[in-house]
Write a protein that binds this ligand. Sequence first.
Ligand code: PMP
Length: 354
Amino acid sequence: TRADLDALPNYVPGRSPADLARELGLPQAIKLASNEVPYGPLPGVVEAVAEAAAGVHRYPDMGVVALRQALAERYGVDLDRVATGCGSVALAEHLVRATCLPGDELVYSWRSFEAYPIIAATSGATSVQVPNDAGHGHDLAAMAAAVTDRTRMILVCNPNNPTGTAVRRAELDRFLDAVPDDVLVVIDEAYREFVTDPEVPDGLSYADRPNVAVLRTLSKAWGLAGLRIGFLVAQPAVAAAVRKVVTPFSTSMAAQAGALAALAQADEVHRRCALVVAERERVSQALGKLVPDVPASQANFLWLPLRDQAVEFGKVCESRGVIVRPFAGDGVRVTIGTPAENDAFLAAAEAALG
Ligand code: PMP
């Protein structure tokens, strides 16, 4: 295999709560490590997936037409501008493959979603990482300034994973005006449904620009992480290129059926997101007493810039049955769970830092 892969970090999934519970001799552990929403599948999803199961000896619809139609309708775009994939992480990879030849540059800020450097390296693109600003958010001016004639794509994660920060309309307008038209700007909006700041723009409001693509996922607010389904809205030529490089049939029959059922539950999704947001604000306030520089979050998680204490903090939380996501030497990301889960986390944080 390729020698350069040895130097690449693995994508780290959240630890299994069942394993931790067994290790600690607890009835259950709490997982606040993967930015999932804690309320279980949406009504009707399990039934729709079970019904689809009767047909699994056949391939799914490779064109994903019914689901793409439902997405196109919901988001007010034409069908030929929508592509689906095995999670939005796969779509990000397809976009890099559709835009970058070996040696071409992919610009993104750092720290951001940990999959980006892995996708760049495995696709042969060159990562250009632009440091976040002092408030842990994207430095869009520096990102625009990092564009060279080798740059083919820029990823803007908004809100940003793992820091929760979000760029606002005026900054994004300025940035998009500064980026050349032949560079594809991908706005990764995995956490869009949790945004409450009216100044944080909906990426889809930019999707008519020739060089903007928007990535969304059904893994977070829509509760379908285990089905692996994300989607993309872009110009028809970009969506068509993505459909060309996608692994055939990678939007499974269960994913298509489950996603259609979930999309019929938008009101329930809004209700759940409002609960998460209320808890985000409560936990953020409570944490402020322990960690003074937690950035305001527009997502369903908070970032604790604990630097050298990050790993130790994660260990203390685990010893109390709460799984969070430490990034060594940098910070800890904690997902917002149910009120009881959040209370358990706050007690662990108090034990670690209080
Ligand atoms: N983008 C961002 C910013 C994310 O945080 C995640 C999930 N961690 C994804 C994309 C991918 O989500 P999925 O592949 O489940 O759609």
